[in-house]
Each structure stands twice: as C-alpha cells, then as structure tokens.
Write a protein that binds this ligand. Structure first.
Ligand code: ZN
Length: 495
C-alpha cells in the first residue's frame, strides 16, 4: 500500500484509555489506513522514536468564530495539540446576520466575549447572511477542524431585531450552580435523551467545598438516568488587579476605601482609620470572594524602577522585609506608584490543588473551558491540555498518560457526537498529535501585538509538540505552520 504519511516507532496512545504500545501508523487519503507494524512506500516518513502518537485534541469550549478568518490555525489552541475546536459557545456567533445588523452583532461580541473591536472591524469579511453561508465562508481556509453551535442570541436578534435587545440576556457574573439548576439540567438531559454539558465548575475560596457538592448532585443525576457533565479547567486561575479598580466589593472596609477619584482613593488608603477597617476585613473569618490570604497576593508589575526588586514577591514576604503588616506594605507600595502597581492573586479560582486534582480525575467532569478566541487581552486558558500532560500526568502522576489523552480526545468526541475522530483506529480521520511526553508543557504567558487593527493578546506557546496532523496533513512542525490548510467545518451529516 502507498501511504501519504508513515509514522514509525511511536508510542501509540489511541484515545480509548487502554494501555499504549509501540506501533507505527500509516495515513492515506486523510484517514488512518494502518496501525501496528506498517511498511510500504510513503510520501513522508516521520520517525516517532520516543514520541507519543495520540488522536488530535478537541477543544470543547471556544469562541474562534471571528478569529478563524485571520488565523485559520486557531492559535494558541493548535500550539497545544488541538486539531479540532468546538465554537460558538455561550449563544454568541456571527450568523445569521443581515447587513444592517453587523454593527450590533460586532458590538455584542466585543461586550460579552471581549473580542477587540478593531480586530473584528479589520478582520471579519461579512460575506454571508445565513448560517450556512457563514460556515461555507469559514470552510474556504481552515487549518484546524471546526464544529459550530447555533448561537441563540444572534438568532434571536436576527428574528426579532431591536425587540430582542429589550430582554437581552447578558453573561455577566458567574452564578453558582444550585440544586434547582441541577434538577433543570437533569430534566433537560432525560427528556432530550442527550448529554448536557455546562460550564464552568471551579473551586473558589468563597465556598471552598461547593464543587464537591456539585459532583455529588451530578452523581445522583446519573443514577436518575440523566447525563449532566460539568466542564472544568485543570489549572489554577490567577487574577490581576490594581487598587484603582473594584475587586473587593464584598469587603466593606475595602469598598469604602477604594472609592471616589484617584486622589480620593490615595487619601483614603493613607488614612489610619480606613486602614484599620481594611485590616478588620482581613481578620474577619467570614468567607469572601477574596480569600484574604495575603501570601497569595503577589506584586506582578511596578511603575517605578526602585520597586523592580519587589516583582514576584508576595505581600507577607515584603511586609516582613519592611517591618510592616502585609496590608501596610501593599498600600504603601500602591500609593507610592499613584495606584498603578499591578498585583496578582495566585489561585483566585482553583487555588486548592487537591480540589483541582479531584475535579480533574472525576469521571463526571469534562476537562476544558479554554474560551479560546474570547477575552484575549487578559485570558489564555488554552494551555490546559499541556498542563494536564505536564503537571497531572508527568509531575503528579494523578492520571496515566492514557487517561489524560482520553480526556482530551475520545471523551469529548463521544460526548459531542463526533463520529470519526477521537480514536486511533483504521478508517478514522487522521487527526494526530505527536508529542514528547518528557518535554510537553506550556511556555510562560506573553503579550503579543499580532491581531488585525493592531490589538494585543495574551498567548502561551508550548514545548514538546513535534507534529500536529489534521486530516492526514502536517499542519505544524515543532509548533510552526507548514503552510497547508487541511481543516474543515465538520457537519453533523458527515460520516
Ligand atoms: Zn464561552
């Protein structure tokens, strides 16, 4: 047999969760043609000695709806082993859309998903009106495979016009899932006969064991014949803030001090009585959104050179060095910099490593929630696949390599109803991620200014991914695009 691509001597982890084994893999016509001991003429031979051959990863919650027009690879997802992205989540998309509604739909995506306005204006071709025309426009040039949901907010505006605005839902705030929500989702699953996937379940210090309660409810729902899966990231979430903004609304002393003009705030934060009230907030054991753990508050950026040495240290450490309380040290620093100092709360969500381990290893939890393509100026959670492999498999051994690969491939494929992906076996689509299990990891996050219209975004590249193959063609080699665009819109009627 003639192969387009022949991968030799790899460690094949097929997505099923069964133990991996040394194997070759032959690709022909965009599909997996042979697994096992494979020989024969081939267009390209890849030596995968020491590398894992896995199905391409599936990113289950993204917003690449606009970005794909200027970035058909869907970076950063493709850098972290993803070959398919599931998008148009949360009800927001670019079609159907009448020409006179384009401005409104653009502003909706800017407001709700924090896509940069200048990039949407410069980068979206708007050569469609119907949803089908939109998918066809996308399908002309794709690096990765794309699955898109029906966006209910966009559809409602298309049908109702300005009327839709009067009761427009907004996605602000993160409501906590309660028993009523669980009962509703269980019913939805039972009556539709389909799985329900909701997002996001995270550990917070405000109610540190709530996630466990949700998992108990989830288990009950399964016993009652429903399939309700929470989506959860497997990484700690850090929050950056300055003392100019309002992050501590539920701490009364802090709220009172951080109010008014900048000059007023500086005056308040210098006032000994208001400082004492802020300290009382920290000493009060009632759970609040901020954990009040000053050892989790780090200096992440400073304005003045003389403070450079403080970057990367936490407030308890700085307070000790300066003979002050952590709070005094924080306020003095911020005041000296006209409140421009940037602080970071490490583990604002998912700060409890043991909780994240239990969420990540729970059979009910689907790992994902990258939100790729949205909130690009300050979020980059696409790293979760690399973190799962480097941290939870290699360092902590909380999951086997086979279990982790299954979480990134077969589990989402089965749940989302993708028939011919997520497993390595003959006849399946040849979407492959070939990586070095000893080296795979996310690199440090960095800001780059590479979006249309000159906007910046937060990204993270990765180490250890050697080849990313989409529909039988090598999309990336050592993280760099080869120039091909083998991706497709996956449609439900495809087999
Ligand atoms: Zn979303």
């Amino acid at each position: 047999m003639q192969y387009d691509l022949l991968i030799k001597n790899g460690f094949l982890v097929d997505g099923s969760g069964l133990p991996g084994y040394h194997s070759d893999l032959g690709v022909a016509g965009g599909k997996i043609a042979a697994v096992g001991k494979v020989d024969g003429p081939a267009g390209e031979v890849i030596d995968a000695q020491g590398l894992v051959i896995a199905p391409g990863f599936i990113d289950v919650h993204t917003h690449y709806d606009a970005q794909l027009f200027w970035d058909p690879w869907a970076t950063p997802s493709c850098w972290h082993g993803f070959t398919s992205v599931f998008m148009t989540n949360c009800g927001f998309g670019l079609a159907p859309c009448k020409p006179q509604d384009r401005e409104y739909i653009t502003r909706m995506l800017v407001k709700v998903e924090a896509m940069p306005l200048e990039s949407l204006k410069a980068g979206v071709p708007w050569n469609w009106e119907s949803y089908g025309e939109y998918l066809n426009a996308l399908d002309r040039r794709l690096g990765v495979n794309v699955m898109a949901l029906a966006p209910h907010s966009t559809i409602r505006y298309h049908v109702m016009g300005a009327e839709a605005r009067k009761r427009s839902a907004t996605a602000e705030g993160i409501p906590k899932v309660g028993p009523k929500d669980m009962a509703y989702m269980s019913r939805l699953s039972r009556e539709s006969g389909r799985p329900v996937l909701w997002n996001l379940l995270a550990q917070t210090w405000e109610s540190p064991n709530h996630w466990r309660q949700v998992l108990d409810w989830t288990e009950e729902a399964f016993h009652d014949g429903a399939r309700v899966h929470p989506l959860a990231l497997c990484e700690r979430f850090d929050l950056t803030f300055t003392l100019r903004g309002a992050v501590f609304e539920d701490l009364p002393g802090w709220k009172a001090a951080i109010s008014g003009s900048r000059a007023q705030k500086i005056a308040n934060l210098s006032n000994p009585e208001l400082r004492a009230a802020m300290q009382r907030d920290l000493d009060d054991p009632t759970p609040k959104v901020f954990s009040k753990r000053m050892q989790d508050v780090f200096v992440s950026a400073v304005r003045l050179d003389e403070h450079k040495s403080l970057v990367g240290k936490h407030m308890v450490e700085i307070g000790r060095e300066q003979g002050k309380t952590p709070l005094e040290a924080m306020l003095d620093l911020a005041i000296a910099e006209n409140l421009d100092t940037q602080f970071l709360i490490r583990g604002f969500q998912n700060g409890d490593e043991e909780a994240v381990r239990d969420l990540t290893t729970s059979p009910y939890v689907i790992t994902g929630g990258s939100d790729g393509g949205a909130h690009v100026a300050f979020l980059c959670q696409v790293t979760y696949s690399s973190f799962l492999l480097s941290h939870w498999v290699r360092e902590k051994k909380a999951l086997t390599l086979e279990q982790a690969v299954r979480k990134l491939t077969f589990d989402p494929a089965l749940l989302l109803g993708i028939p011919n992906r997520g497993l390595l076996k003959e006849g399946m689509a040849a979407d492959l991620t070939i990586f070095d299990p000893d080296r795979v990891q996310a690199k440090e996050k960095e800001f780059v200014r590479d979006l249309p219209g000159g906007a910046s975004r937060l990204i993270a590249r990765a180490d250890g991914y050697r080849y990313t193959v989409v529909n039988g063609q090598v999309l990336l080699r050592d993280g760099e695009p080869t120039g091909v665009c083998p991706g497709r819109v996956l449609r439900s009627y495809e087999q």
